[in-house]
Ligand binder design. Structure first.
Ligand code: NPQ
Ligand code: MG
Length: 397
């Protein structure tokens, strides 16, 4: 049997294989219900690149690329993601043959360095289309990776990420709103100069709520005041401190961990299961924030999850201000049993007055995991049209 016959047989047996007929890249801009300030900047609108894959059979799959227009959270940015998709990633998939499958995307794109958010968006859109075609949900698909007897949760406890505020009073008012709505865990964004005071005030006002902080890499191990502020946070019984130092500074995190009682969690530093394992083995962190976009897709996130389940490292699912499209897929991942801490997957109305899908709602501090095929929610065409800035159609030649 020839190699090409073998390939065709392999794909024929892959239930997620599909023939794409067109791919639309849709840039949207959704106004945020309130500005979101982090140590790297302030957002008032969430711009995002959506991918819509249509198959020759008329099945449609959606995904959302997490890259922001500005490369502040990481080096990836919206226009760069669009460029690499159109000029490098899509042509590579097209060159691989007429049939594509989510399961093969990562290997086919491995020669392209980095660009994980763009790769994740492509893999996820194909996964959505492939799973819709066979009537299976993301969560049921992910559950196939679990050890015998383990099952996903039907509802995911929801935490919320609270931006840097203009004043302590404004912060306390915002936290009060989220606590009243039922969020089971509060995460405060911090930066040098906005750390010990806000954490002390929130602790004093709200008692023993589950509380953690995220510095988005704003501190430096060689600045004594920075280390002193992080050490001072130890007295407030935080669940964790997230990404205090630069993404590249694993050695700095190892050194910092020796000074802190509070566990360190890494976000920006972790781009793969290999990074996660290395960071934990070195002692740079004890907990990992998993964002499928940051690690290059759901399949890498599932590898990371399998490792964490086996080694007992606590995980939680982060957020990138996703619309309902990205939020739905994250909920399916966060439902897996290795996600032992509440994540940043909040209700739609935390960010948006009008989401692009049926809005996700908080009930009893948790959000229901979609059970329908693929991501399990439909895109609201009117809501999408109202926020669409630009659309580009790509077709396999
Ligand atoms: C984090 N998210 O955990 C990120 C950071 C973040 C919910 O805290 C536009 C695009 C704005 C990506 C703001 C949360 C963003 C963004 C914050 C990511 O570090
Ligand atoms: Mg973070």
């Amino acid at each position: 049997m020839s190699a090409s016959t073998l390939e065709r047989l392999d794909l024929a047996e892959d239930p997620l294989a599909l023939t794409p007929s067109r791919i639309d890249l849709v840039e949207v801009g959704l106004p945020l219900v309130r500005p979101f300030r982090t140590s790297f900047g302030t957002s008032t609108t969430r711009a995002a690149l959506l991918l819509r894959v249509e198959t020759a059979d008329g099945v449609v799959g959606w995904s959302e690329c997490a890259a922001d227009p500005e490369p502040l959270y990481s080096e990836e940015y919206l226009a760069g993601a669009e460029h690499v998709l159109l000029e490098h990633l899509l042509p590579r998939l097209a060159a691989s043959g007429r049939r594509w499958s989510a399961g093969g995307v990562a290997d086919l794109l491995a020669p392209i360095a980095g660009h994980r958010m763009a790769k994740a968006a492509l893999e996820t859109a194909l996964l959505d289309a492939g799973l819709r075609a066979i009537g299976r949900s993301f969560v049921d698909h992910f559950a196939q990776t679990l050890p015998a007897g383990a099952t996903p949760q039907a509802r995911v406890p929801a935490g919320v990420s609270v931006g840097i505020a203009d004043s302590l009073d404004a912060l306390l008012a915002e936290v009060a709103e989220y606590v009243d709505r039922g969020y089971v865990r509060i995460k405060l964004k911090i930066e040098p100069g906005w750390d010990v005071d806000p954490v002390r005030e929130v602790r004093r006002s709200f008692g023993d709520i589950a509380l953690q902080v995220d510095a988005n890499a704003a501190y430096r191990i060689d600045v004594a005041e920075h280390v002193a502020a992080l050490v001072a946070l130890d007295e407030f019984d935080l669940l964790l401190v997230e990404q205090p130092l630069a993404a590249e500074d694993l050695a700095g995190h190892v050194a910092l961990a020796r000074h802190l009682a509070t566990p360190i969690c890494l976000d920006e530093s972790v781009r793969s299961v290999r990074d996660a394992r290395g960071a934990v083995e070195l002692g740079a962190c004890h907990i990992v924030n998993v964002k499928p976009a940051r690690v290059g897709g759901y399949l890498e996130a599932l590898h990371l999850h399998a490792w964490a389940l086996g080694s007992g490292v606590p995980l939680w699912c982060g957020g990138m201000l996703e619309t309902g499209i990205g939020r739905a897929a994250n909920l399916a991942l966060a439902a897996l049993p290795g996600f032992t801490l509440p994540g940043d997957v909040s209700a739609s109305d935390r960010y948006y007055a009008r989401d692009l899908t049926t809005p996700f709602e908080l009930n009893g501090g948790a959000i229901a995991v979609p059970t329908g095929a693929g991501i399990g929610v439909a895109v609201d065409d009117d809501a999408l049209a109202a926020v669409t800035r630009r659309r580009h159609t790509w077709t396999p030649s």
